[in-house]
Design a protein around this ligand. Structure first.
Ligand code: C5P
Length: 395
């Protein structure tokens, strides 16, 4: 990604102290950040702190003599790839929604020709006030991206909606906003997580898949404009924003859900660690312990991905292979056997449950390595690759 330039606008609220951490994270992620503050913001955090963290002079005044032509509002907004207001106070939100421009920050928002993202932060009654809700609805209708707020304990001692999102969450939203919309309008069906095959009323066979890779891919796909349906085995993960999640337990349920959804999709990505076998006759009651050995008969589960790939008019199919050895050989064999345009290989011991991973992409053009990174970074790179392959672009 090119180095993006963000104007970080800070307005007056106690959450302004968290903006220093947001700024630090954005700079660490490679963005160049120009800070602009309202007068009220300077009562909560000093420009000196933000200047030190951004490595750039901080602007607070519309008439700042440092800007050659006294056009700070135009110059600063023209250089920006996005403007982020964090925290955005109720007063500033009201100004934005009416197009007021009586200080540097509101003027450069009005003069912008780039996306605007705001992170509201205020007391819960201020947030719930119909005037604020009206203003927020207006901003959403105007195409402004509203990040949060969250609910929780507030600086004033009350509890409720109005807390600013944490810096890490804001940094995620900002990174998502910069993703190219290469999959706009495309329908993506996915499987993720483990499956659970019942032995009896309380016991079952499952595996150590956490679902993290699949959920990261769902998030990356929807950030790129896709409509995502996620058929998920049991996980404790939060549903990625805007994805439609269908919860299942067993491979048979996953198979049924995929069969119902598959006709409508353009791309199918099978990330789930589907159990290869299920118990032939699960017991409805809890099996009583005894001294005798217990034998379970296992029968093979349907191969969901193979079924989809063999449809008369299949979507673009992407499979995953978690191998513990001979990755290249086994993965390519699997790709050929299931007739997949793309297969993503990873080493099972490194991948399962961890936050980082390393991927090898196998397709008709050979092998493409995605070096070790966190799963969301890898998911974004993978979705880039898929979007280009889906459009028939060679990379
Ligand atoms: O288990 P295997 O290594 O064959 O998995 C390869 C790919 O096939 C994975 O993408 C997995 O999600 C998918 N799969 C499936 N249904 C199965 C087994 C695997 O969709 N029963």
């Amino acid at each position: 990604m090119n180095k993006q330039h963000i104007v970080l606008g800070i307005t007056g609220g106690i959450a302004a102290y968290k903006s220093a951490e947001l700024l630090r994270q954005l700079v660490k992620q490679g963005y160049s950040v120009q800070v602009a503050m309202t007068d009220a913001a300077c009562h909560f955090i000093t420009p000196t702190t933000l200047q030190a963290l951004s490595g750039k002079p901080v602007y607070t005044d519309q008439w700042d003599a440092r800007v050659d032509n006294s056009m700070a509002h135009i110059n600063l907004s023209r250089e920006a790839d996005a403007i982020v207001i964090a925290p955005a106070s109720a007063d500033f939100i009201a100004k934005l929604s009416h197009g007021l421009a009586d200080d540097l920050l509101s003027t450069l928002c009005l003069a912008r020709n780039c996306p605007l993202l705001i992170a509201p932060a205020m007391n819960r009654e201020m947030w719930l006030n119909p005037a604020t809700q009206r203003n927020i609805a207006q901003l959403i209708a105007d195409g402004v991206q509203v990040m949060g707020p969250d609910s929780g304990i507030q600086a004033c001692g009350e509890t409720g909606m109005g807390r600013m999102l944490e810096p890490e969450q804001l940094a995620e939203h900002i990174a998502a906003a910069f993703q190219p919309k290469l999959l706009k309008g495309k329908k993506i069906l996915m499987t993720a997580g483990p499956t659970y095959e019942a032995i009896d009323a309380v016991r079952g066979i499952t595996n150590r898949s956490s679902g993290k890779m699949g959920y990261a891919i769902a998030q990356a796909a929807q950030e790129m404009g896709a409509e995502v349906t996620l058929v998920s085995g049991p996980t404790a993960l939060a549903t990625p924003l805007r994805a439609l999640r269908i919860d299942v337990q067993s491979a048979a349920q996953m198979y049924d859900a995929v069969r119902k959804q598959v006709a409508a999709c353009d791309i199918f990505i099978a990330v789930a660690a589907v159990a290869d076998y299920r118990v032939a006759e699960p017991c409805e009651q809890k099996i009583k312990k005894s001294a005798a050995p217990l034998t379970l008969t296992l029968v093979p589960n349907p191969d969901i991905l193979a079924y989809v790939a063999a449809l008369a008019n299949p979507p673009y199919c992407v499979g995953f292979a978690a191998e513990s050895e001979n990755l290249a050989e086994y993965a390519e064999q699997k790709r050929q056997a299931k007739r997949l345009p793309l297969l993503v290989g990873n080493i099972a011991q490194q991948a399962i449950g961890s936050d980082d991973n390393e991927l090898m992409l196998f397709d008709d053009n050979g092998i493409h390595a995605l070096p070790r990174a966190d799963k969301l970074t890898l998911a974004r790179q993978l979705m880039h690759h898929i979007a280009q392959r889906y459009e028939g672009i060679l990379i």
